[in-house]
Ligand binder design. Sequence first.
Ligand code: AMP
Length: 280
Amino acid sequence: MQVVDSISAMRDLSRSWRRRGERVGFVPTMGNLHDGHLRLIEAVQPLCDRVVVSIYVNPLQFGPKEDYSQYPRTWDADLSRLQKRSIDAVFAPVDRQMYPRGREDCCRIEIPVLGDLLEGAARPGHFSGVATVVAKLFSIVEPDIAAFGEKDLQQLRVVERLVADLNLHVHILAVPTVREPDGLALSSRNGYLSAAERAAAPELYRVLCQARERLRTGESDVPSVENEAMQSLVAAGFRPEYVSVRCFEDLVAPRESCAQHVVLAAAWLGKARLIDNLKV
Ligand code: AMP
């Protein structure tokens, strides 16, 4: 497993593989690796000859009052987890390489409409930061396939939109959410939870399951399902930001032609902002 921190070395390495006809798979992460990240690696491995994992906490996608400086950085543990997984390269650039003129003075990609709803409304500029860094990483690694988790469904949709609209030559693989046995979706931010909060956290999944059940059994009053879920979260000690039923494909409000729905939620529990979603 090669550890690469330079953009040119990463590009050269990937090109050397591709010249030999090898397919390159890519898993972008912010590190603090857990079984959700490892599942993405397992999903691309059978489809590719080489796998690159990036570890980069992208400053561009954090708002000024968000947890960029506290975000868990666990380099040694991450490296030893990856070493056991037959990864070909870890790409871990530094900010100076990614944003040589600083984060303010950098071309940015905007994702209108899709990037402004749900998470985009709660975290202005977040998806522009995500789309920009993903486009940069794709341009450096030049992967054939890149894996993203359905846990961050709106991010997955943003990346699909980026690839479609900019005609990028990469296939996006969507990987289902990996959960703890009690239902809590794995996330680096779960580490912010106290023991008592960790015990309460699976309620988010339970509330989403309840909403899904009501919709599945024919409830057509979507606002009442959303409101009830918000109230259940408050009762369980969360500070919910939204619970919203959307079309699975484009995350806009449900409409007649929508074949599949999804219920998405974001809620604070102590210092942790948790997000989750369930297909209906
Ligand atoms: P992050 O390091 O949190 O930016 O996540 C990197 C990638 O891992 C993203 O594509 C996430 O959607 C994905 N991911 C994070 N948590 C999970 C999970 N519990 N299950 C599946 N994929 C996940």
